[in-house]
Design a protein around this ligand. Structure first.
Ligand code: CP3
Length: 347
């Protein structure tokens, strides 16, 4: 039986049987690809994202090279705040940097709503160009979850300890929730624009939610994630929620309204399944660092992930976090072949 167009990825999101386990990689488009480095040059990534010809080509590069089961739009979680002029740049090798971080209620006024036509026309145009080339392969749209976006706005850049974020949420919970509301609006509009343009699934990146305790997550982060999923639920596209180091939060993430919960490499998928229950699919979870080991080890570890996922429907193979920039693309190609050959049919 031939899979329906784009079938296996979307079927797995919905916990339906698949022909082959679907596979894609977070950061599959990016510096690990020589064709990306050749096209990108040295300008800001935000300029590359703003150019639909470049952004569409970069989105397509890993699909052509690897035959992955989904494309992910070439964009970034700070695109919405950049578009409304909050003053953010993405520094190569470092990440998003904010010139004037969010510190007080006066800064709420700097977070106006997005106007999709005026602020996101380049994103919409990129989606259209990608769809024209993509064929039946689904396109994943994405946004940052409010907690993770807020961490950049408040810390002013990448952080390990999140001291300013945690201080603000504790010192002024009212302001924190007002900030979350602004970021819910921005991410919802960003996702809706991508879905309206033709994205057939979405992923919310709450990359740094794992820095929170379960109690903190419940109070300060999960409500905003739920609000976004509720707002886009009517589109009927699968919704994926991902974070790093979220082993202790998985059961709560499964209550967010997500159809799929991403798992990093720290929790085996059979244990993750026990934590999330039967109501969601799982995505993950090969350690991206394993790709630097010899091919025999990569094979062993890839098969171990498939084994832990079991034969029940509802597994999308991915790495536990994004592709590291110095990864050899041939190793990713090896993983795609292994997953497509050995992934359980789920029937
Ligand atoms: O292929 C894909 O997955 C789509 C592209 C994508 C990018 N950013 C492009 C990008 C995605 C899904 C993102 C999301 C994103 N951006 C997240 C969530 C995912 C995660 O990693 O947890 C976060 C935290 C950001 C913020 C951000 N942008 C960081 C931390 C960095 C890395 C800085 C660096 O140079 O190491 C970026 C820049 C960025 N975004 C790059 C890419 C391909 C690399 C920089 C470049 O090519 O100029």
């Amino acid at each position: 039986m031939a899979a329906a167009p784009g079938g296996d990825f979307l079927a797995a999101c919905r916990r339906q049987p698949v022909e082959r386990t679907p596979v894609w990689f977070m950061r599959q488009a990016g510096r690990s690809l020589p064709e990306y480095r050749a096209l990108r040059g040295s300008g800001s990534i935000l300029d590359a994202i703003a150019d639909p010809a470049i952004a569409a080509e970069v989105t397509m590069q890993p699909v052509r090279r690897y035959g992955v089961d989904a494309a992910i739009l070439f964009s970034d979680i700070v695109v919405p705040v950049h578009a409304i002029g909050f003053g953010v740049d993405v520094v190569p090798g470092r990440g998003p940097v904010v010139a004037e971080p969010f510190t007080s209620s006066a800064d709420l006024a700097r977070l106006r709503d997005l106007d999709p036509e005026a602020d996101l026309s380049h994103v919409i145009e990129t989606v259209h160009r990608v769809l024209a080339e993509l064929g039946p392969t689904p396109l994943i749209g994405f946004a940052g979850a409010p907690f993770t976006v807020a961490s950049y706005l408040i810390e002013g850049g990448p952080s390990r300890e999140f001291t300013k974020v945690k201080a603000l949420m504790r010192a002024d919970e009212g302001l924190w929730h007002q900030l979350m509301d602004r970021l819910v609006a921005l991410s919802t509009t960003f996702l809706a624009a991508q879905i309206n343009a033709g994205a057939s699934a979405i992923q919310l990146f709450d990359s740094w939610a794992g820095s929170l305790s379960p109690k903190e997550y419940e109070r300060f982060a999960l409500p905003a994630t739920k609000a976004i999923f509720e707002a886009v639920d009517g589109f009927g596209v699968p919704k994926i929620l991902f974070g790093v180091g979220t082993g202790e939060l998985l059961s709560q993430m499964a209550t967010s309204g997500a159809d799929v919960v991403g798992v990093d490499w720290r929790v085996p998928l059979d244990e993750a399944r026990r934590r999330v229950g039967e109501g969601v699919a799982l995505q993950g979870n090969l350690d991206p660092a394993v790709l630097f080991a010899p091919p025999s080890v990569i094979e062993e570890e890839t098969l171990a992930v498939l084994d832990a996922a079991g034969i029940a429907p509802g597994h999308i193979f991915n790495l536990g976090h994004g592709v590291l920039p110095t990864t050899d693309p041939d190793r990713l190609a090896q993983v795609v072949d292994l997953v497509h050959t050995h992934g359980r049919a789920g029937v």
